[in-house]
Design a protein around this ligand. Structure first.
Ligand code: XIL
Length: 338
């Protein structure tokens, strides 16, 4: 057991998530809000101290990077990659293709399928090559599956312009640009053995059968349910994906609280984080856990889930919450990863 006092003094160089994760050969990380990144030294100090992996909350998305046909803005992506390198952290590139983030100029540009194909190829090639050997993992495709039909999203710009081939093409282009980078398919609500994870499994099995270079599946894990715990189904799903030759990352964990927050709710939240960390450490296919932020001062939850909040492991004043302590304890006692 690590005393809570020592955690509270983590700034003084005592226990921290990163050191334990490093020993376990495990990735522990968070997404980064670039506004806080640029102007808040306390924010970046915690990033470097607590985590060995980073992902941008929005800065790697198409709407941020892809300014026009064959023109790109790499200011924020450069800044984050430089920071990660300076602090010897891994970086995930999130995400190359997502129906939700198609730039306006592209959507409204009346481009033909062939033109969109060439534009996307150039975008992926330029982006992935720029960070060859620096960005360790890419979410190549994000959220391609429809929640109602459990098939591919037919209303996705990418599907409409390129057909179902867009997934294999994107993975192949990314692989060509950096053959050593790990390439992921990232999805939400596909962790257990339900209909959606069945579709993800089928999709990935197909890609693997066709020798498309996919390395893993990202499980977003935005937990909205009070009392949520990991399940046997998650282990089963991890195993079947593992059998395809795939690894898994928890990519966007947060555990929302129905406001107002109470001490009991914080303890219950800590149990979720503890359980998830325990699951990740004991499941061989899972290589790391990234949260969708680390401080309640910067989280997407209050604006996307009205009435909910306080979903992360540090409070708004950057003080560690019981969830932080729970993760630290699990990391301290967990087994090393291969
Ligand atoms: C969210 C960001 O947190 C918001 O700031 C943005 O407005 C919308 O996107 N799944 C994902 C992430 O893959 O990229 C999303 O991030 C959260 C859900």
């Amino acid at each position: 057991m690590v005393a809570f006092a020592s955690v509270a003094q983590a700034g003084g160089g005592r226990s921290n998530l990163r050191d334990y994760a490093q020993k376990r050969n495990f990735l522990i990380g968070t997404c980064v809000d670039m506004r806080a990144f640029y102007k808040d030294a306390a924010y970046t100090a915690i990033l470097a101290r607590e985590f060995n992996a980073l992902v941008a909350e929005n800065a790697f998305k198409q709407k941020a990077v892809w300014t026009g046909p064959h023109t790109y803005n790499f200011k924020d992506t450069d800044a984050l990659v430089d920071f990660a390198q300076k602090h010897k952290m891994k970086i995930r590139g999130h995400c190359l293709v997502w129906h939700h983030e198609v730039p306006q100029w592209l959507k409204e540009g009346h481009y033909s399928g062939k033109e969109v194909n060439d534009l996307l190829k150039d975008y992926i090639t330029a982006f992935v090559s720029r960070y060859k050997g620096k960005v360790d993992q890419w979410d190549v495709v994000n959220e391609a599956i429809d929640d109602k039909t459990f098939g591919l999203r037919l209303d996705s710009f990418w599907f409409q312009k390129l057909g179902p081939e867009y997934l294999s093409l994107a993975f192949q282009w990314a692989h060509k640009a950096d053959p050593k980078a790990k390439l992921y398919y990232n999805e939400y609500s596909a962790e257990d053995m339900g209909k959606k994870s069945e579709t993800v499994y089928g999709l990935l099995a197909d890609l693997m059968k066709n020798k498309i270079p996919v390395s893993g599946v990202g499980w977003q894990c935005h937990i909205l349910e009070q009392g949520w715990r990991t399940s046997e189904d998650m282990t089963k799903n991890a195993k079947r994906l593992g059998k395809l030759g795939l690894e898994i990352m928890v990519t966007e964990l947060d555990v929302s609280i129905k406001l107002p927050t109470t001490k009991e709710k914080l303890l219950e939240q800590a149990q979720c984080y503890r359980d998830m960390m325990d699951f990740c450490l004991k499941t061989p296919q899972v290589k790391g856990l990234l949260m969708w932020g680390f401080t309640d001062a910067h989280s997407w939850i209050p604006s996307f889930q009205p009435g909910k909040g306080d979903a992360l492991i540090f409070d708004k004043d950057y003080q560690p919450k019981p969830a932080y302590q729970a993760m630290l304890e699990e990391l301290a006692k967990g087994k090393n990863k291969k």
